[in-house]
Design a protein around this ligand. Structure first.
Ligand SMILES: C[S@@+](CC[C@H](N)C(=O)[O-])C[C@H]1O[C@@H](n2cnc3c(N)ncnc32)[C@H](O)[C@@H]1O
Length: 213
């Protein structure tokens, strides 16, 4: 097993940093109580699936970092690298099982990434560390109250012309995001589920809608 995630150098990466305010970060993950005892881990599982999966495939140009802030250990991060993942299936319990396998191990130090299963890395640290590691990209804080993510009067192209920028999207679980990092951009005035917000980001990027960045 590698100890450092490989860099997706030379390709355009879509990155999602997701905050799990109450998400459990150490011990035995209760697979039958992801929403309750695991601290809304169900929300994070849906987010990571929405970020990484298409109907029949894995998006190899996506990276996701889940920020598990709910204790009982120090803040911990799980990083999923689409180009390296194996055994990642479109089934919530199976994805939760990968998370369970990672967090039953002792938490790594800040700055250290340990590969727990292929393409899933476990590390210490917080959002601050993630944003510094991803500082080579534009950072968009998804916020319904911000300006729209697309330009005024922008048309949706008839042919898919995927956006080739490397972009980081920052979003939260069911709780408000207490951060002023990144540029605030909205997907509409209605607050959505996080995994729906991720799906809309992919749609805009897949179709090549000109973004307001
Ligand atoms: C379930 S929402 C969080 C709602 C939470 N009660 C709040 O007030 O922030 C999860 C995340 O999805 C993103 N999101 C939801 N709706 C959005 C919208 N209309 N525009 C942009 N981002 C949105 C935000 O990043 C949000 O943190």
């Amino acid at each position: 097993m590698r100890s450092e995630p490989s860099l997706n150098e030379g390709i355009n990466i879509r990155r999602f940093a997701v905050i799990g305010h109450r998400a459990m970060n150490k011990g035995k993950l209760p697979l039958n109580d992801l929403a309750g005892g695991a601290g809304r881990m169900d929300v994070l599982v849906r987010a990571v699936m929405s970020a990484l999966l298409t109907s029949h495939d894995l998006r190899s140009n996506v990276e996701v970092i889940l920020h598990l802030q709910g204790g009982p250990g120090p803040h911990r991060r799980l990083k999923f690298i689409g180009s390296e993942l194996r055994g990642f299936h479109a089934e919530e319990r199976s994805v939760a099982g990968l998370i369970a396998k990672a967090i039953r191990e002792p938490s790594p130090a800040i700055g250290q990434w340990i590969e727990r299963t292929p393409g899933l890395y476990d590390g210490g640290g917080t959002l601050k560390h993630t944003l510094s590691e991803w500082s080579d990209s534009v950072i968009v804080r998804l916020d319904a109250n911000g300006e729209r993510l697309w330009n005024q009067d922008e048309a949706i192209p008839q042919d898919s012309k995927p956006n080739d920028q490397t972009i980081t999207f920052l979003l939260s679980d069911d709780q408000p995001l207490e951060s002023d990092e990144g540029i605030p951009r909205s997907l509409g005035s209605t607050w959505l589920q996080g995994h729906h917000a991720i799906a809309i980001c992919h749609f805009l990027l897949d179709e090549g809608v000109q973004l307001n960045l």
